[in-house]
Design a protein around this ligand. Structure first.
Ligand code: SAM
Length: 274
Protein backbone atom coordinates (compact mmCIF):
# COMPACT_ATOMS: atom_id res chain seq x y z
CA UNK A 1 0.00 0.00 0.00
CA UNK A 2 1.39 3.45 -0.82
CA UNK A 3 1.33 6.48 1.49
CA UNK A 4 -1.77 7.98 -0.14
CA UNK A 5 -3.70 4.73 0.33
CA UNK A 6 -2.62 4.43 3.97
CA UNK A 7 -3.70 8.04 4.64
CA UNK A 8 -7.10 7.39 3.02
CA UNK A 9 -7.59 4.11 4.83
CA UNK A 10 -7.03 5.86 8.16
CA UNK A 11 -9.43 8.68 7.17
CA UNK A 12 -6.65 11.19 7.71
CA UNK A 13 -7.79 14.83 7.53
CA UNK A 14 -5.12 17.29 6.27
CA UNK A 15 -4.60 20.34 8.48
CA UNK A 16 -3.59 23.54 6.75
CA UNK A 17 -2.47 25.19 10.01
CA UNK A 18 0.35 22.63 10.28
CA UNK A 19 1.49 23.15 6.66
CA UNK A 20 0.65 19.57 5.72
CA UNK A 21 1.74 18.98 2.12
CA UNK A 22 3.35 15.58 1.88
CA UNK A 23 6.14 14.80 -0.55
CA UNK A 24 5.39 11.79 -2.72
CA UNK A 25 8.01 11.76 -5.48
CA UNK A 26 10.38 8.85 -4.85
CA UNK A 27 13.26 10.36 -6.86
CA UNK A 28 13.20 13.59 -4.89
CA UNK A 29 13.00 11.69 -1.61
CA UNK A 30 16.03 9.63 -2.73
CA UNK A 31 17.90 12.81 -3.70
CA UNK A 32 17.32 14.33 -0.27
CA UNK A 33 18.54 11.19 1.48
CA UNK A 34 21.66 10.95 -0.68
CA UNK A 35 22.38 14.66 -0.12
CA UNK A 36 22.35 13.92 3.62
CA UNK A 37 24.86 11.07 3.42
CA UNK A 38 23.13 9.55 6.48
CA UNK A 39 24.44 6.11 7.49
CA UNK A 40 24.69 3.81 10.51
CA UNK A 41 26.84 6.35 12.34
CA UNK A 42 24.22 9.08 12.05
CA UNK A 43 21.48 10.27 14.35
CA UNK A 44 18.92 12.02 12.18
CA UNK A 45 16.57 14.48 13.84
CA UNK A 46 13.59 14.78 11.51
CA UNK A 47 11.16 17.60 12.18
CA UNK A 48 7.67 17.30 10.71
CA UNK A 49 7.50 13.59 9.89
CA UNK A 50 4.15 13.80 8.06
CA UNK A 51 3.36 10.42 6.52
CA UNK A 52 7.01 9.34 6.95
CA UNK A 53 7.89 9.00 3.28
CA UNK A 54 11.33 10.46 4.03
CA UNK A 55 11.64 8.80 7.45
CA UNK A 56 11.32 5.36 5.85
CA UNK A 57 14.13 6.07 3.42
CA UNK A 58 16.45 7.30 6.17
CA UNK A 59 15.69 4.18 8.22
CA UNK A 60 16.68 2.10 5.22
CA UNK A 61 20.14 3.76 5.36
CA UNK A 62 20.46 2.32 8.89
CA UNK A 63 20.65 5.75 10.50
CA UNK A 64 18.69 6.19 13.74
CA UNK A 65 15.79 8.63 13.39
CA UNK A 66 14.20 10.74 16.09
CA UNK A 67 11.15 12.22 14.43
CA UNK A 68 8.95 15.04 15.72
CA UNK A 69 5.34 15.35 14.60
CA UNK A 70 2.89 17.84 16.09
CA UNK A 71 -0.23 16.12 14.73
CA UNK A 72 -1.16 13.17 16.95
CA UNK A 73 -3.81 12.00 14.49
CA UNK A 74 -0.95 10.79 12.28
CA UNK A 75 -0.06 8.12 14.85
CA UNK A 76 -2.04 5.22 13.30
CA UNK A 77 -0.59 6.12 9.88
CA UNK A 78 2.97 6.24 11.20
CA UNK A 79 2.54 3.02 13.22
CA UNK A 80 1.61 1.31 9.96
CA UNK A 81 4.21 2.92 7.68
CA UNK A 82 7.09 2.43 10.13
CA UNK A 83 6.13 -0.90 11.74
CA UNK A 84 9.04 -2.87 10.31
CA UNK A 85 11.78 -0.48 11.50
CA UNK A 86 13.28 -0.54 14.98
CA UNK A 87 15.68 2.35 14.34
CA UNK A 88 13.08 5.11 14.72
CA UNK A 89 11.35 6.92 17.57
CA UNK A 90 8.50 9.35 16.90
CA UNK A 91 7.79 12.10 19.44
CA UNK A 92 4.30 13.55 19.04
CA UNK A 93 4.82 17.12 20.13
CA UNK A 94 5.59 20.64 18.97
CA UNK A 95 9.31 20.58 18.23
CA UNK A 96 9.76 24.18 19.40
CA UNK A 97 8.67 23.17 22.91
CA UNK A 98 11.25 20.39 23.24
CA UNK A 99 14.52 20.29 25.08
CA UNK A 100 16.54 18.69 22.28
CA UNK A 101 19.54 17.85 24.49
CA UNK A 102 17.24 15.87 26.83
CA UNK A 103 15.60 14.04 23.92
CA UNK A 104 18.87 12.91 22.35
CA UNK A 105 21.00 12.27 25.42
CA UNK A 106 20.39 8.52 25.54
CA UNK A 107 21.69 8.11 21.99
CA UNK A 108 25.37 7.96 21.25
CA UNK A 109 26.27 8.72 17.64
CA UNK A 110 29.27 10.12 15.79
CA UNK A 111 27.24 12.48 13.65
CA UNK A 112 24.03 14.43 14.16
CA UNK A 113 21.99 15.69 11.27
CA UNK A 114 18.71 17.56 10.96
CA UNK A 115 16.14 17.16 8.20
CA UNK A 116 13.01 19.29 8.12
CA UNK A 117 10.22 20.06 5.73
CA UNK A 118 8.12 22.70 7.46
CA UNK A 119 6.44 26.05 6.91
CA UNK A 120 9.01 28.86 6.56
CA UNK A 121 7.96 30.67 9.75
CA UNK A 122 9.05 27.68 11.84
CA UNK A 123 12.24 26.98 9.91
CA UNK A 124 14.23 29.90 11.29
CA UNK A 125 13.43 29.25 14.98
CA UNK A 126 14.28 25.59 14.40
CA UNK A 127 17.71 26.32 13.01
CA UNK A 128 18.44 28.90 15.69
CA UNK A 129 17.27 26.51 18.44
CA UNK A 130 20.12 24.12 17.53
CA UNK A 131 22.60 26.99 17.72
CA UNK A 132 21.18 28.31 21.02
CA UNK A 133 21.03 24.86 22.63
CA UNK A 134 24.63 24.33 21.45
CA UNK A 135 23.97 21.04 19.70
CA UNK A 136 26.81 19.99 17.48
CA UNK A 137 24.93 19.44 14.23
CA UNK A 138 26.98 18.51 11.18
CA UNK A 139 24.33 19.26 8.59
CA UNK A 140 20.83 20.72 8.39
CA UNK A 141 18.68 20.04 5.33
CA UNK A 142 15.51 22.07 5.09
CA UNK A 143 12.80 22.39 2.52
CA UNK A 144 11.32 25.87 2.23
CA UNK A 145 9.33 27.92 -0.26
CA UNK A 146 11.53 28.60 -3.26
CA UNK A 147 11.44 32.37 -2.91
CA UNK A 148 12.66 32.26 0.68
CA UNK A 149 15.48 29.80 0.03
CA UNK A 150 17.72 32.60 -1.23
CA UNK A 151 17.24 34.63 1.95
CA UNK A 152 19.31 32.14 3.91
CA UNK A 153 22.34 32.62 1.70
CA UNK A 154 21.83 36.28 0.75
CA UNK A 155 24.95 38.30 0.01
CA UNK A 156 25.78 41.86 1.18
CA UNK A 157 24.15 44.65 -0.78
CA UNK A 158 20.95 42.67 -1.46
CA UNK A 159 17.52 43.25 0.07
CA UNK A 160 17.46 39.84 1.77
CA UNK A 161 20.78 40.32 3.58
CA UNK A 162 20.04 40.88 7.27
CA UNK A 163 21.14 39.97 10.80
CA UNK A 164 19.70 36.45 10.41
CA UNK A 165 21.77 35.84 7.26
CA UNK A 166 24.86 36.87 9.19
CA UNK A 167 23.93 34.73 12.19
CA UNK A 168 23.37 31.63 10.02
CA UNK A 169 26.34 32.15 7.73
CA UNK A 170 28.65 32.61 10.70
CA UNK A 171 27.99 28.99 11.76
CA UNK A 172 27.22 27.31 8.44
CA UNK A 173 28.05 27.20 4.76
CA UNK A 174 24.60 27.69 3.27
CA UNK A 175 23.63 26.45 -0.21
CA UNK A 176 20.44 26.04 -2.15
CA UNK A 177 20.66 22.48 -3.52
CA UNK A 178 17.68 22.18 -5.90
CA UNK A 179 14.11 23.34 -6.44
CA UNK A 180 11.12 21.06 -5.99
CA UNK A 181 7.97 21.56 -8.04
CA UNK A 182 4.67 22.06 -6.20
CA UNK A 183 3.27 19.23 -8.37
CA UNK A 184 5.04 16.51 -6.36
CA UNK A 185 3.17 17.26 -3.11
CA UNK A 186 -0.13 15.92 -1.85
CA UNK A 187 -2.18 18.05 -1.50
CA UNK A 188 -0.58 20.44 -3.97
CA UNK A 189 0.61 23.74 -2.36
CA UNK A 190 0.48 27.14 -4.10
CA UNK A 191 4.21 27.61 -4.61
CA UNK A 192 7.34 25.66 -5.53
CA UNK A 193 9.85 24.70 -2.85
CA UNK A 194 13.61 24.36 -2.59
CA UNK A 195 16.05 22.28 -0.61
CA UNK A 196 18.62 24.30 1.33
CA UNK A 197 21.65 22.66 2.94
CA UNK A 198 23.50 24.09 5.97
CA UNK A 199 26.93 22.50 6.46
CA UNK A 200 28.74 23.26 9.69
CA UNK A 201 31.72 25.55 8.96
CA UNK A 202 35.06 23.86 9.48
CA UNK A 203 36.81 27.17 10.21
CA UNK A 204 34.57 29.70 11.88
CA UNK A 205 35.76 33.32 11.90
CA UNK A 206 37.56 34.09 15.16
CA UNK A 207 35.47 36.16 17.56
CA UNK A 208 36.61 37.69 20.86
CA UNK A 209 33.10 37.67 22.18
CA UNK A 210 30.17 35.97 20.36
CA UNK A 211 27.54 37.79 22.39
CA UNK A 212 29.07 41.18 21.58
CA UNK A 213 29.15 40.30 17.88
CA UNK A 214 25.50 39.25 17.67
CA UNK A 215 24.34 42.30 19.65
CA UNK A 216 26.34 44.58 17.37
CA UNK A 217 24.95 42.98 14.21
CA UNK A 218 21.37 43.13 15.55
CA UNK A 219 21.78 46.80 16.46
CA UNK A 220 23.30 47.61 13.07
CA UNK A 221 20.14 46.32 11.35
CA UNK A 222 17.60 47.83 13.81
CA UNK A 223 16.28 50.24 11.20
CA UNK A 224 17.23 48.89 7.80
CA UNK A 225 17.00 52.18 5.95
CA UNK A 226 19.14 54.06 8.44
CA UNK A 227 22.92 54.27 8.50
CA UNK A 228 25.33 52.73 10.98
CA UNK A 229 25.73 56.19 12.50
CA UNK A 230 22.08 56.04 13.60
CA UNK A 231 21.80 52.36 14.44
CA UNK A 232 25.09 52.11 16.34
CA UNK A 233 24.72 55.31 18.37
CA UNK A 234 25.19 53.28 21.57
CA UNK A 235 28.69 52.27 20.46
CA UNK A 236 31.90 54.29 20.24
CA UNK A 237 31.16 55.75 16.81
CA UNK A 238 34.63 57.24 16.44
CA UNK A 239 36.19 53.84 16.86
CA UNK A 240 33.65 52.21 14.55
CA UNK A 241 34.38 54.85 11.92
CA UNK A 242 38.14 54.30 12.17
CA UNK A 243 37.76 50.55 11.74
CA UNK A 244 35.41 51.04 8.79
CA UNK A 245 37.94 53.35 7.15
CA UNK A 246 40.36 50.43 6.94
CA UNK A 247 37.86 48.82 4.50
CA UNK A 248 37.30 52.12 2.68
CA UNK A 249 33.88 52.50 4.31
CA UNK A 250 32.48 54.79 7.00
CA UNK A 251 29.56 55.15 9.42
CA UNK A 252 27.35 56.60 6.70
CA UNK A 253 27.03 53.10 5.21
CA UNK A 254 23.98 50.94 5.84
CA UNK A 255 24.44 47.59 7.59
CA UNK A 256 23.40 45.73 4.42
CA UNK A 257 26.73 46.79 2.83
CA UNK A 258 28.92 45.40 5.60
CA UNK A 259 30.26 41.85 5.20
CA UNK A 260 30.40 39.23 7.97
CA UNK A 261 34.21 39.54 8.06
CA UNK A 262 33.92 43.31 8.52
CA UNK A 263 31.38 42.95 11.34
CA UNK A 264 33.73 40.44 12.99
CA UNK A 265 36.62 42.92 12.79
CA UNK A 266 34.51 45.75 14.23
CA UNK A 267 33.27 43.55 17.08
CA UNK A 268 36.75 42.21 17.86
CA UNK A 269 38.21 45.71 18.00
CA UNK A 270 35.40 47.08 20.17
CA UNK A 271 35.49 44.15 22.59
CA UNK A 272 39.27 44.00 22.82
CA UNK A 273 40.54 43.66 26.40
CA UNK A 274 42.66 46.66 27.36
N1 SAM B 1 8.24 15.41 6.02
C1 SAM B 1 6.96 15.11 5.42
C2 SAM B 1 7.09 15.10 3.92
O1 SAM B 1 8.13 15.58 3.42
O2 SAM B 1 6.17 14.61 3.25
C3 SAM B 1 5.86 16.09 5.87
C4 SAM B 1 6.05 17.51 5.48
S1 SAM B 1 4.73 18.60 5.86
C5 SAM B 1 5.18 19.97 4.83
C6 SAM B 1 5.13 19.28 7.45
C7 SAM B 1 4.84 18.38 8.67
O3 SAM B 1 5.31 19.04 9.86
C8 SAM B 1 3.36 18.11 8.91
O4 SAM B 1 3.16 16.74 9.09
C9 SAM B 1 3.02 18.91 10.17
O5 SAM B 1 1.99 18.31 10.93
C10 SAM B 1 4.36 18.92 10.91
N2 SAM B 1 4.58 20.07 11.81
C11 SAM B 1 4.17 21.35 11.63
N3 SAM B 1 4.57 22.11 12.66
C12 SAM B 1 5.27 21.31 13.51
C13 SAM B 1 5.93 21.53 14.76
N4 SAM B 1 5.98 22.73 15.33
N5 SAM B 1 6.55 20.47 15.36
C14 SAM B 1 6.51 19.22 14.78
N6 SAM B 1 5.89 18.97 13.60
C15 SAM B 1 5.27 19.99 12.98
Amino acid sequence: MNVKEILNKNNFVFKKKFGQNFLLDQNILDNIVSLSGANKDTLVIEIGVGAAALTKKICEKNAYVIGYEIDKTLKPVLDEVLNKYDNVNIIYDDFLKRNIKEDIKKYDFKRIMVIANLPYYITTPIITSFIKQKIDVEKIIVMVQNEVADRFSAIPGTKSYNSLTIFLNYYFDVKKAFTVSKNVFYPKPNVDSAIVVFNKKKDKLKLNNEEHFFKLVKSAFTQKRKTLKNNLSNYDLNKVNNILKTFNKDINERAENITIEEFVKISNELSKKK
